[in-house]
Design a protein around this ligand. Sequence first.
Ligand SMILES: Nc1ncnc2c1ncn2[C@@H]1O[C@H](COP(=O)(O)OP(=O)(O)O)[C@@H](O)[C@H]1O
Ligand SMILES: [Mg+2]
Length: 316
Amino acid sequence: MIELSHVSKHFGEETAVDDITLRIAKGKFCALVGTSGCGKSTTLRMINRLIEHSAGEITLDGQLIENYDPVKLRRRIGYVIQSTGLFPHWTVARNIGLVPRLLKWSGEDVTSRVSELMNLLGLPVAEFAHKYPHQLSGGQAQRVGVARALAADPDILLMDEPFGALDPITREKLQDELAKLQARMHKTVVFVTHDMDEALKLADHLVVMRDGGIVQQGTPLALLQHPADPFVESLLGGLERGLKQAALTRIKDHMSSLGPTLPAQSRIPGDFSLRQALSMMLRDHSDRLTVVDQQDVPIGELSLRKIVKEAQLDKG
Ligand SMILES: Nc1ncnc2c1ncn2[C@@H]1O[C@H](COP(=O)(O)OP(=O)(O)O)[C@@H](O)[C@H]1O
Ligand SMILES: [Mg+2]
């Protein structure tokens, strides 16, 4: 649905984005990762035409973005930035209702949409609707930013380091909520971050950029298994790569059926990750775990030997 074909951006002498080609399928979550200054934000802002590209083609659903009516484009694309960009003298409710008002929705429709979004993002209307941005914590302000971006129900969401300024705990909470929200909404998301763990956790499609170009792209697991070069490998955590891969793998996919021997002492739910299983094995000095379902009923077992062997197979 979003397609960039040989797209470049020059600022005078400088090339910020250099001949990138990228396809993002409808409903997918794409993360752009790379060190500061590699062209991530410029790429994002060319998609909603905050920046005009210098060369190449950008299309939405096969239509060149320059052929879209700007109002229609704004309706289709939500945009969230790190500093939230909320208007300081407007209440939370007024900030969230910005785009629907620009689109001339009726007052009633705006009010009900604002309430719906505030509830969706865990901001009780009675408590927050009349607050001003300076009365909010960083995490609350970022929720308002996301609510505002979703207000006109766009099918595309562009997010530029939205959680970059938050403390680690708030950040992780908002990542989890975004993942849940995305599982329900199926927006097409382009998400910029320099935090690889955040990207691995959220993305269906991972794009690694360097010096304005794309070095490698693919699923998080594919990149973890076959990083294209030492740069990508180091971004992916070098020696930690195996554990990051384990974090993306569910226990259920690697367990074997319950054997005739006694079940292992330690129990772990099947929807936990292999990384969590490995951690439990280390903690409990055990190379075998009993896998249980949500009712705590044993459904299989997990052996360290098998995990290690299969990890090697995946690599080959
Ligand atoms: N408006 C601008 N004018 C001149 N140079 C710019 C402008 N915006 C970005 N750049 C340059 O383009 C490069 C890529 O910037 P950016 O896309 O913001 O990187 P990132 O988001 O990955 O940190 C940087 O070298 C930056 O200095
Ligand atoms: Mg940036």
